[in-house]
Design a protein around this ligand. Structure first.
Ligand SMILES: Cc1cc2nc3c(=O)[nH]c(=O)nc-3n(C[C@H](O)[C@H](O)[C@H](O)COP(=O)(O)OP(=O)(O)OC[C@H]3O[C@@H](n4cnc5c(N)ncnc54)[C@H](O)[C@@H]3O)c2cc1C
Ligand code: FES
Length: 385
């Protein structure tokens, strides 16, 4: 039956003949096996070793780690992509994604611009413990938050909050360095004027390039500040940007800023296809997200059984992946924001909460797979890893 079906496929007979000829006359065809994979790995290795060549202080809370390759080779990337940095802190192996803030045309290094959080586990470590000469391990560049010339047009509005400036800085540097034909309007929200990352460079680039406009929006301005104040509302956006309908909007920043700005864009009737978003990590207060069950307190603790042979305790208010890592159970990870599917894990029993931003495939839902980087336990769980 199988061979009958194969014989009905157009061209199948020709392929069989060609294979026979190859087997007879060519070098062993198996010699070629794995060559494609090897070539891909050579240009886009799954793991990179990156050496800190310089640390540049940007603001009081933010520094740039300039990373070079000890082997001399850095995989190319698209402006807007990130790498996932692996670290071991007090015996806990974990990772965090960071967007590359340098331009892709700058092939000698990757810049990662890290903002410290209050008690941020990895950001504190990167800003406090890492020195010039240290070697870090990371994934190759990845992610989908980049310019698509077929669909995005030439008029772009970038809306950044805090450290969310980093992918935009890479795009702005590329467009202005290479003289690309794209008009960019950056609307950049910061808490204080002194919090603005890359303030001077942005000002210089605006002065030198007609196709770049920057509007700063400060939520807690000093008394002499005369620019836009408060949050990035629809009013601020309309005031700053002319001719809304022909623009493509990109939004990047912490979850709270992203949720706020998306609602504002909705009130402006901007279609979803005209908005690209990147969320920087898990929400600060998961219990305030829509759909979080009232009866679960973020401090509640649950038992998580893994592969029937081990178990850990997990806290409701943090991503399951963090609790697992703390107990020495690592999963493959890249985006840590529920997007890339690398960490997908089968949930055998129990309930988790996953925010609406998590990109679940239909098959994930059907066969009960979850993304532990953005899944929060709501009761005792059983996982198959
Ligand atoms: C694609 C992408 C690109 C990014 N690029 C950048 C960048 O260029 N620059 C930058 O500074 N950051 C960037 N980030 C954010 C970065 O990955 C980290 O999330 C950030 O540095 C904070 O990590 P942390 O370990 O210091 O903080 P964490 O300790 O992980 O805390 C971060 C948040 O996670 C939650 N959380 C973690 N642990 C707990 C817990 N025990 N209990 C409750 N809640 C918890 C909280 O909501 C907390 O606010 C990016 C994120 C993504 C997804
Ligand atoms: S690490 Fe990407 S979905 Fe979990």
């Amino acid at each position: 039956m199988k061979s009958y079906i194969k014989s009905q496929i157009e061209g199948y007979g020709d392929i069989v003949k060609e294979n026979e000829i190859l087997r007879k006359h060519a070098d062993k065809p198996t010699n070629e096996r794995g060559e494609v994979g090897k070539a891909i790995n050579r240009y886009h290795p799954p793991r990179l070793e990156l050496k800190v060549s310089e640390i540049i202080r940007e603001t009081e809370s933010t520094s740039t780690l300039r990373l070079i390759s000890p082997s001399g080779y850095l995989p190319p990337f698209q402006a807007g992509q990130y790498i996932n940095l692996f670290v071991e802190i007090n015996g806990i192996r974990t990772s965090r994604p960071y967007s590359i803030s340098s331009a892709p045309n700058q092939v000698g290094y990757y810049d990662l611009t890290v903002r410290g959080l209050q008690e941020g586990f990895v950001s504190d470590h990167l800003l406090g413990e890492i020195s010039v000469g240290d070697v870090l391990s990371a994934t190759s560049p990845t992610g989908n938050f980049y310019y698509n010339p077929l669909f995005h047009g030439k008029n772009l509005v970038f809306i950044a909050g805090g450290s969310g400036i980093t992918p935009f800085m890479s795009m702005i540097r590329e467009v202005t360095d290479r003289g690309l034909e794209r008009n960019i309007h950056l609307i950049y929200g910061s808490r204080f004027e002194s919090d603005i990352v890359f303030a001077q460079e942005l000002e210089e680039r605006v002065r030198a390039h007609k196709n770049l406009i920057v509007t700063h929006v400060i939520s807690e301005p000093g008394k002499d500040y005369s620019g836009a104040k408060g949050f990035i509302t629809s009013g601020v956006i309309k005031n700053a940007v002319n001719d809304i309908p022909d623009k493509m909007f990109y939004v990047c920043g912490p979850e709270a800023m992203y949720s706020f700005v998306l609602k504002e864009l909705e009130t402006m009737s901007i279609p979803k296809r005209k908005i690209r978003v990147e969320v920087f990590g898990p929400p600060a207060h998961i219990e305030q997200q829509p759909g979080w069950p009232e009866h679960v307190n973020p401090n509640d603790r649950f038992q998580v059984h893994i592969n029937k042979d081990s178990h850990i305790e997990a806290v409701a208010g943090e991503p399951l992946m963090n609790s697992m890592e703390r107990m020495g159970k690592s999963l493959p990870a890249s985006c840590r924001s529920g997007e890339c599917s690398l960490c997908r894990t089968r949930l055998i029993s129990g309930k988790v909460y996953q925010p609406a931003t998590v990109k679940m495939r239909k098959s994930d839902v059907k066969y009960n797979y979850i993304h532990p980087c953005m899944a929060y336990p709501l009761e005792d769980l059983e996982l198959s890893v």
